[in-house]
Design a protein around this ligand. Sequence first.
Ligand SMILES: Nc1nc2c(ncn2[C@@H]2O[C@H](COP(=O)(O)OP(=O)(O)OP(=O)(O)O)[C@@H](O)[C@H]2O)c(=O)[nH]1
Ligand SMILES: [Mg+2]
Length: 162
Amino acid sequence: MDPSRLKIVVFGSFHAGKSTFIQAIDPGSRHVDAECADGTTTVALDFGKAEIDGKLIHLYGTPGQERFEFVRQIISNGMDGAILMVDCSCGVDEFTRNLYRQLTDMEVPLSVMLNKCDLSGACPAMVRQELEGAMIHEISARNPGNSLEALQRFVGTINKKR
Ligand SMILES: Nc1nc2c(ncn2[C@@H]2O[C@H](COP(=O)(O)OP(=O)(O)OP(=O)(O)O)[C@@H](O)[C@H]2O)c(=O)[nH]1
Ligand SMILES: [Mg+2]
């Protein structure tokens, strides 16, 4: 692996905020979406770039719909780190729990991002309790500064020699 380049993949349930996060990090990011009832949904992937601590970060977003499992498998190939995006105004669903288990079993560096903390119904404490032991960052993906800070902190923990 090229130590100056990190592939980080963003997972999470439908509408957790994966694409919004990547857009916040890289306003020039690309998104393959389709229209859905309340906006758009990712049907292939998101791709954005950032430079953090002299490292080139390639950020890939996955689709949140269960039927796109094959896409998640392809995108995860060779990842150096994973982000699990959780909408903390909804709590932890079964899909998120499964993703958490899978990613933990893979022993890939993992950050759980508790998203939508700007909403009055957000309950990050409840999600923290469920995913005890995880490296957790509380964010609002609608806030680019806050999102970048969380990504920087996560990147700082990834061992480049993996
Ligand atoms: N209030 C609030 N809304 C957010 C936040 N992040 C995302 N959203 C909204 O949540 C909805 C879904 O966001 P997306 O970024 O498309 O979610 P996604 O996880 O990529 O969704 P899929 O690709 O369908 O799985 C959009 O309407 C966003 O504007 C946040 O931090 N706060
Ligand atoms: Mg998306």
